[in-house]
Ligand binder design. Structure first.
Ligand SMILES: [Zn+2]
Length: 344
C-alpha cells in the first residue's frame, strides 16, 4: 500500500472513530482509565534542527497545542496526585491524565514551564541527579552529538570509527546517530561509555551545542514551588537490569535521597531509564519507598496494574499530524485510546 493511501486510511479511521465518539476521552470515563503522557524535550524549531534525536522533541507551539487538548479532555495533575485519586476510585468529570517529562533537560524549564503555568497545569519532571549536580549530558545525547559532529567534519572519519568499533549504520548524520544510540542500549555500561569517549575524542571533546544543558537545583526547586512534582530518573541514566546490586541501590535509593535532601520535598515517583526494568529492579524501587514508577510501555492504565509498572503514551508531534500536516485531535485521541493498533 502506498504511504499516501495508508495515510488517507489512517485519517479516515481517526476521524470516524472520533466523530462517532469512540475515541473521545469523555466517552471512556466508565472504564475509569488513567493516562500518563511522556515528553522529553521542548525545543524551538531553530534549536530542533541541531538536535539529532528529534523524535523525542516537540516545539513550544506543538507542546502548547497538546496541553490545550489535554486540558479540554482530561483532568490534569501530577503523577503522584492523579495516581492517588485514581487508586482511591475517585470519579472525576473527565478522565485523569498526567504529563511527565523524562531526563530533566533545561529546555523543559525554559520552554515547557511557561506553557504549563499559563494553562495552570502541574506536571511531573523526572531528573537524573548527575545531570542536576554536574550539568552532565546524558550518555545518549553525548554519543549522538559526537557522531553528528564527526560526520559533519568528515564522513570518512566517522566510517573509520564505526568500522573500528564494529558498528554499522547508514543514512544522514542524524539517522546514523539514532541507530548507534539504539545499538549502545544493548551493551554494558563500560562498553557504552567507551563508545561515547571514542567518538568524543575523535571530535576533540564534548560535542554538545551551547544552548543545551540540564536543569539545576534552583530550577527544580522553582518547579516544585510552583506545584510541579519532581521524580527520580536515577543517578546516571543506566540500563538498570544491566547494573550490579550496588549500582542498582545507588541509582534507585541514593538518587531519591539526593533529590529529597536538595529539594526538601518527598520524592514519590520513579521513572525507569530507557523504560527498562526487571523483577530485581521493581523490588528495589518498592523497598526504596517510592509510591509509583513509570515505564515506557505503551497504553492506558487499568485497575489491577502494578503501581510500579505504570504504562505511558509517548507523545510525538509527527504521529499526531494528519496527512495535510496539521496537528489533529482525532489522530491524538485515537493514539490515546485502547483502539490504536500497536503496529501503526
Ligand atoms: Zn530518560
Amino acid at each position: 500500500m502506498s504511504p499516501n493511501i495508508r495515510s488517507f486510511i489512517r485519517d479516515l479511521a481517526a476521524d470516524l472513530l472520533y466523530a462517532t465518539g469512540i475515541t473521545q476521552p469523555s466517552n471512556r470515563i466508565k472504564d475509569h482509565p488513567f493516562s500518563i503522557v511522556t515528553f522529553h524535550r521542548v525545543l524551538p524549531a531553530e534549536l530542533l534542527k541541531s538536535y539529532p534525536i528529534n523524535g523525542i522533541a516537540v516545539t513550544p507551539d506543538e507542546f502548547a497545542w497538546f496541553v490545550k487538548i489535554f486540558k479540554k479532555h482530561f483532568v490534569c495533575g501530577t503523577l503522584s496526585e492523579n495516581f492517588a485519586r485514581w487508586q482511591a476510585g475517585e470519579i472525576t468529570e473527565r478522565p485523569l491524565l498526567s504529563i511527565t517529562f523524562d531526563d530533566g533537560q533545561l529546555d523543559n524549564f525554559l520552554y515547557a514551564q511557561p506553557i504549563l503555568k499559563a494553562a495552570k497545569i502541574p506536571a511531573t519532571f523526572f531528573a537524573v541527579t548527575n545531570g542536576v549536580e554536574h550539568n552532565d549530558t546524558l550518555w545518549y545525547d553525548r554519543l549522538a552529538y559526537a557522531i553528528v559532529k564527526l560526520f559533519e567534519q568528515e564522513p570518512k572519519n566517522l566510517e573509520h570509527y564505526l568500522n573500528e568499533l564494529n558498528l554499522t549504520a547508514t543514512g544522514t548524520a542524524h539517522e546514523i546517530a539514532i541507530s548507534i544510540v539504539e545499538q549502545a542500549k544493548a551493551v554494558n555500561a563500560d562498553q557504552r561509555l567507551n563508545w561515547v569517549k571514542q567518538f568524543e575524542q575523535a571530535v576533540g571533546g564534548l560535542a554538545r551545542p551551547d544552548w543545551d544543558g540540564m536543569m539545576n537545583w534552583q530550577q527544580l526547586a522553582e518547579l516544585a514551588k510552583n506545584g510541579h512534582e519532581i521524580g527520580s530518573h536515577s543517578i546516571s541514566h543506566p540500563i538498570l537490569p544491566l547494573c550490579n546490586d550496588t549500582e542498582l541501590q545507588d541509582e534507585i535509593v541514593l538518587s531519591r535521597k539526593i533529590l529529597q535532601e536538595n529539594l526538601n520535598t518527598p520524592i514519590k515517583s520513579f521513572c525507569y531509564p530507557n523504560g527498562d526494568g526487571d523483577e530485581r529492579t521493581v523490588s528495589v524501587i518498592k523497598e526504596a519507598g517510592y509510591s509509583q514508577a513509570v515505564t515506557t510501555k505503551w497504553g492506558q492504565n487499568k485497575h489491577g496494574i502494578s503501581p510500579f509498572l505504570l504504562k505511558r503514551f509517548d507523545i510525538q508531534s509527527q504521529t499526531s499530524r494528519c496527512r495535510k500536516g496539521d496537528l489533529s485531535v482525532a489522530r491524538l485521541a485515537w493514539r490515546l485510546s485502547p483502539f490504536f493498533p500497536k503496529r501503526m
